[in-house]
Design a protein around this ligand. Structure first.
Ligand SMILES: [Zn+2]
Length: 60
């Protein structure tokens, strides 16, 4: 009997909506579905945030 070596399926990133800080030197961003405000402000620098998307592993 053979065991085929089980390959760990890599978790595929999915395109996820995020909010990204508009300040150039700030790298802050948050998942859209984890932000509670309709238009959040950056928790680090208080700049406004814009909708963007990012390839992220899905949340289980
Ligand atoms: Zn910021």
């Amino acid at each position: 009997m053979y065991y085929s070596r089980k390959q760990e399926e890599p978790v595929e990133d999915v395109e996820t909506s995020i909010w990204a800080c508009t300040k150039d030197d700030c790298i802050c961003w948050m998942r859209e579905n984890l932000s509670f405000d309709e238009i959040p402000v950056c928790p680090i620098c208080s700049s406004s945030m814009v909708k963007d998307s990012k390839m992220l592993p899905p949340i289980a």
